[in-house]
Design a protein around this ligand. Structure first.
Ligand SMILES: Cc1cc2nc3c(=O)[nH]c(=O)nc-3n(C[C@H](O)[C@H](O)[C@H](O)COP(=O)(O)OP(=O)(O)OC[C@H]3O[C@@H](n4cnc5c(N)ncnc54)[C@H](O)[C@@H]3O)c2cc1C
Length: 400
């Protein structure tokens, strides 16, 4: 029977980064992935911000650098923001990105099992015993702790009954050639008809463009994601941008947001999508997943070394998440105030304010894809029209 300090289930970007950081702290790691290769299937718009890129130095995966955005109102009013001298985010090839991150963990000592899944897991005294189905038959391994980095539908989370992410959005995307967009700028489209309560996007990705839409099932009125995407593409105010598009792929996937109530129980910790870490404002999960790893690993390393990971250590991990949870709730409040709870007519009012030069300047100065809270608060405080528009619930959270 093999023994490791840590067993990590899920070799996505977060599982790969987690394994590497655990190795750096001197811990042995077994990483288990159900697919035969890393980075497939692809279910992502592929945006990785500079701070997350800095942590893994996977610049070779960058397809396009993105410095700005055109944001479109339901009736077609456009607001252009950004500055070409300041890169805001990167569009990457997730296959190269994920493979690179997982390779870094292998290089630092992680053992990787592909085409393998956990069949059962049980905490027994001072260890977790996991039965794994591998291509060579079933195998039992022991770890001091078990980490679930196994994505939105996490088996670890369900097995240990650790709750559910508060929101589960559905993202649907096609990859096309021939989209008429601006170099270095992504497009964001709003409107109940194309992305109720959320937005659609067109993201430059090297020679292709990723066009997608996301929303929650509760807001979809019985329509499918595909119908919403078709409504975007056939919208006659903007359809000249799509007139030469040729589809080369389509992808669908969940976006879990709203961190689960217990990220840890004794000897078990959830990371990344498994924990519901995605940003409610953009759906991005890679950056926050890496941040979560950096937050937790240094704090639990001693407990792993001394093999003491009971209720006290779980409570510590859960309390470490409090700040992240609070920031995620505030971002959701902002999103609800400016987007999700607005009718299309109210959105038009917002765009009429956003398109004023002084507001564009404010957005360019204070706006951060990573952290929209300072900009949101400034706008709600300083722009009288927005005070009227912000919902009371959002105000209550933002002013607190
Ligand atoms: C349409 C769409 C667009 C998105 N766009 C962006 C974006 O632009 N930027 C961004 O940062 N995020 C984006 N996201 C979210 C992003 O894809 C995730 O947040 C990110 O992949 C999370 O990484 P992870 O490692 O936690 O989980 P995952 O990437 O889901 O990796 C989990 C891994 O675990 C494996 N696994 C699952 N169950 C088991 C099991 N039982 N046993 C073994 N292995 C298992 C899976 O095969 C997978 O390899 C998007 C999501 C969608 C759906």
């Amino acid at each position: 029977m093999d023994r490791y300090d840590v067993i990590v289930i899920g070799a996505g970007p977060v599982g790969g980064y987690l394994s590497h950081r655990l190795n750096e702290y001197g811990h042995s790691v077994l990483l288990i992935e159900e697919h035969a290769e890393i980075g497939r299937p692809f279910q992502c718009a592929g945006l990785v911000n500079p701070a997350a890129m800095e942590k893994v130095r996977m610049e070779k995966s960058i397809l396009s650098q993105i410095w700005g955005a055109n944001i479109h109102s339901p009736k077609g009013v456009s607001v252009s923001i950004g500055d070409p001298s300041r890169n805001r985010t990167n569009s990457v090839c997730r296959k190269i990105f994920d493979e690179g991150v997982v390779s870094q963990s292998i290089a630092s000592g992680t053992d990787l099992l592909l085409s393998s899944t956990a069949l059962s897991a049980e905490v027994i005294d001072d260890m977790v015993e996991v039965l794994i189905h591998t291509p060579n038959g079933n195998q039992t391994v022991q770890g001091k702790i078990l980490c679930g980095a196994d994505g939105a539908h996490s088996w670890v989370r369900r097995h240990f009954r650790m709750g559910r992410p508060k929101e589960m959005m559905i993202g649907f995307q096609i990859e096309v050639t021939g989209y008429h967009g601006d170099h270095g700028r992504l497009d964001m489209y709003t409107g109940r008809n194309i992305a109720p309560g959320f937005f659609s996007w067109a993201i430059p990705s090297g020679d292709t463009t990723r066009i997608g839409t996301w929303t929650t099932p509760e807001l979809m009125n019985g329509r499918s994601s595909e119908e919403y995407l078709n409504a975007l593409i056939s919208n006659n105010q903007i359809n000249e941008r799509f007139s030469d598009c040729r589809e080369i792929g389509r992808y669908c996937g969940p976006v879990p947001s709203g961190i689960v109530s217990k990220v840890s129980v004794p000897r078990v910790v959830l990371f990344g999508d498994a924990a519901g870490i995605c940003k409610p404002t953009t759906g991005g999960g890679i950056g926050p997943g890496f941040d979560q790893v950096d937050l937790i690993v240094p704090k639990i390393s001693n407990s792993i070394s001394s093999n003491s990971f009971g209720q006290i250590q779980s409570n510590l991990v859960n309390s470490l998440m409090a700040d992240m949870k609070r920031r995620q709730r505030r971002k959701k409040a902002l999103r609800d105030a400016f987007l999700t709870e607005m009718s299309d007519d109210e959105l038009e009012d917002v765009f009429s304010v956003w398109s004023r030069p002084e507001v564009i300047e404010l957005i360019n100065d204070v706006g951060e894809i990573e952290n929209p809270i300072p900009l949101g608060i400034k706008m709600l405080r300083e722009i009288p029209e927005f005070r009227r528009l912000a919902s009371r619930a959002a105000k209550a959270i933002l002013w607190s």
